[in-house]
Design a protein around this ligand. Structure first.
Ligand code: SF4
Length: 389
């Protein structure tokens, strides 16, 4: 049966509400990616490959790019890594940031290599003070911003002695002190991060920093942990800050494939309406009233629609109690019961199918909606019917 039900696809007429306006910042550019209050919040990650393994690094950058990464960082611990930077910067489809610790000389190599930005750590760049003028001039001439990346685990010894540990005040003082060194030389193309592994401490540090500077802020809970714990810590901390308008670029740090970091970061921004929502699965937690395996159904629908890039809210409900209500608010939905699934499109039942056909029917309907609206899933979509028996 064909349907003539009008389909809104969840595309709002007005911009979706956000919790707070962005904090006003100065604007910088990391390659073509604008960073600051006038630009969308970017999501970044860091390669886990050895940078000197150019092919492996470029392959991982390609995977990150395909998953939606805006900016990628690479480590530069050895001369061979610095030597690999020109090839990586030239071939990467997204801007490459060189992560420099300990050795100021690599900063100059990274600038010459065509990297889009440099990250330095004020806690460990030895004899850095003496070369700030040189660094500021080289970065300024090349139009390359510098991220001052303070980290609770590698705080400047002077500040550790002064504060006793990596307090929010210590992190902020380290960052502003370093920024001041560059400012003395007329260089203000700066982003700042004050990462800590404790989300509460991290949030407080960024709040304090946001009060005293207008530089764009790079958010991160450092060493956040494995995928589950790290996702929770990062989501809570970023949510607290972004809901106050604080944060211009984010990096979720997980002990996991960096592609996972991009997925989590993207979802955090989507959940806060700071990025357009794409596929959204609304599924019930199930209960004693459920007449289907809701977990399996939700997972299969999610897997089957993975990669769809248009805004689509899909409700997967275990029974008819809340099913029709949720389905009415969704673009597409199912309310299950008695071995069958009622398929909803914009709140109207368009068909009833046997339980075994629910997943494939939802996926077919989703694809039909996309086609009818003239929207196509972008290149790389994995949308297909995948039913686990
Ligand atoms: S929709 Fe039905 S099965 Fe799901 S939680 Fe609500 S009452 Fe339980």
């Amino acid at each position: 049966m064909s349907t003539t039900v009008p389909i809104g696809l969840g595309i709002p007429d007005a911009p979706p509400p956000i919790l707070a306006p962005r904090r006003k910042t100065r604007q910088i550019f990391v390659g073509p990616v604008g960073m600051g209050s006038e630009h969308p919040i970017s999501v970044q990650s860091m390669c886990t490959t050895k940078t000197h393994d150019v092919n492996a690094t470029l392959q991982q950058i390609a995977q990150l790019t395909a998953s939606g990464c805006d900016i990628v960082r690479v480590a530069c611990p050895k001369p061979v890594d610095a030597e690999a930077l020109p090839a990586i910067a030239r071939k990467s489809p997204i801007p490459v940031v060189a992560d420099i610790h300990f050795q100021p000389k690599y900063i100059f190599q990274a600038i010459d290599a065509g990297c889009a930005a440099i990250r330095v750590n004020p806690g460990n760049i030895k004899e850095f003070d003496g070369r700030v003028k040189e660094v500021a001039k080289a970065a300024g001439d090349a139009g390359i911003p510098i991220r001052i990346g303070v980290n609770g685990g590698s705080l400047d010894k002077r500040l550790l002695e002064k504060y006793g540990k990596a307090t929010p005040e210590a992190l902020v003082e380290s960052a502003t002190w370093e920024a001041g060194l560059f400012e003395e030389h007329g260089f203000g193309d700066i982003a700042i991060s004050v990462k800590h592994s404790d989300p509460v401490l991290m949030v407080e540090a960024y709040r304090q920093l946001a009060e005293v500077t207008d530089y764009p802020l790079h958010l991160g809970v450092t060493e956040a942990g494995p995928k589950f714990m790290g996702t929770i810590k990062s989501s809570v901390a970023f949510g607290a800050l972004l809901s106050q308008g604080i944060g211009d670029t984010i990096r979720v740090s997980l002990s996991a494939d960096p592609v996972e970091e991009i997925k989590v970061g993207d979802q955090i921004l989507q959940a806060l309406n700071l990025r357009p929502r794409k596929l959204e699965i609304v599924s019930c937690p199930s209960c004693g009233r459920a007449q289907v395996d809701v977990y399996k159904l939700a997972e299969e629908v999610t897997a089957g629609l993975e990669g769809m890039e248009f805004p689509l809210r899909v409700a997967v409900m275990g029974c008819v109690v809340n099913g029709p209500g949720e389905a009415r608010d969704a673009d597409l939905g199912v309310a299950s019961g008695n071995g069958k699934g009622q398929i909803f499109v914009k709140g109207e039942v368009v068909k009833t199918v046997p339980e075994a056909k629910i997943v494939e029917t939802l996926i077919e309907e989703a694809m039909r909606i996309a086609e009818e609206d003239g929207l196509e899933a972008v290149e790389g979509t994995k949308a297909e019917v995948r039913v686990t028996k």
